[in-house]
Write a protein that binds this ligand. Sequence first.
Ligand SMILES: [Zn+2]
Length: 455
Amino acid sequence: MVRPDWLVPMERPPIHQGFLVLRHNQIQYLGQDLPNQFENVTQTRLADYAILPGLINSHCHLEFSDLAEPISAEDSFASWIQSVIRHRATAVPSPSERMSLRRAAIDRGITESYQCGVRWIVDMTTSPWQAEWVETSVLAITKSARSSAKHTWSPDIPISVQPCMELVDVNETRLEQTRSFADSHFESQAQQQARLSPLGRFGLAPHSPYTASIELTRWSQRKSFEQRRLVAMHLAESLDEMQWIEKQDGPFEGLMRPFLNARYWSGLGSVTEHLDCLSRSWRSLVVHGNYLTDSELAYLGLAFEKMAIVHCPRTHTHFGHGHSMGHSMNARYPMHERMQMGVRHFLGTDSRASNPNLNLWSEAQSVRATQSEVSSWDILRMITTDPAEFLQLPGGIGRIQEGSQAGLTAVKLNKNKAATIYDCLLSPETTTQPLEKVLLSEPIASAASEIEKLR
Ligand SMILES: [Zn+2]
């Protein structure tokens, strides 16, 4: 049993010094009062901690988790992409080394995310990739979480990854490669469905309007609709992209032209066309969407049950995107204005190629610091209950639910005073960890003595 300063289930009011009973790797009870049946359960008092549902990172590229620092984006978005491609090429001397470097990067990304209290990652995945790599990484985390004798509780699956297979068709070769990459993984997951796995249902990721034709997005949409798969797509991210899509010139020209063939030119779709196509999929995540027009945003607002924007705050800052607000350009992402239009928002870290780390909590704190009109409750929902409901995550992930095995996130509070517990949580210097890691370091008191102390 755990008694933190605050239990914050999000779907019901926060509970001050309430009780959370964890037994047989399950949440058995949460509430303000302790029912008689649990009176003799040993308990840990977590002073200065709050417990939240497990955090959900709605956009990431784990494969870049080996980068010590972000790749500079000072020149242009196109030059940043060029540097990313160069990084991939120089870091891979041979196919076998490429596999092991990739595997190590993914492992590092999963471990780093877990240590920050993240429990679910929507990952954009490219070849080479193997389901077994993720399973091995998560198994190692599970074993280490259970290695201590005094440790009473940890979820069976401490962190899950939902891969969205990246699809690119700048030419025939890439089209064949990426479609067979996606299909082979869909098939292998269908055969293994009965196994307990830390892998969420595989999704599709037509990469962006400059790398995926409208035909490829349609193909993804059909698969998504028929097989209830998530689609994620970078859309309207940068001005360079918009210039290329609308006028076929600008900084993307030198980057794209060497790869392209006639098929590409005939299949280049506008942002509106891709958006329209995504709206007919089972669920879709519009990643970034910085330069969507008002009519496209209104459309997203109407389709909020099936579509959401994933905003990556620190990546947004890295690229210094601006937004037209009336007659002036503003560096602040217009989150409040877009929410007023009904547009649903989740948060993501994007990758270490544009972000110093994969700490999702820092993204939420960054939104808190820059978006004064958005409530802390709304920001917390963007990384917990809202994506959990939208993505229909299994096993109570993103929620605190009786009967669930889902992992929970502990927030170390600071002494700052704030108007609400939600504001307090997101104030600077609070930090997050998986609950089981905090329990490992806290002494367990016997039930009687501890309850005595609390009285
Ligand atoms: Zn991305």
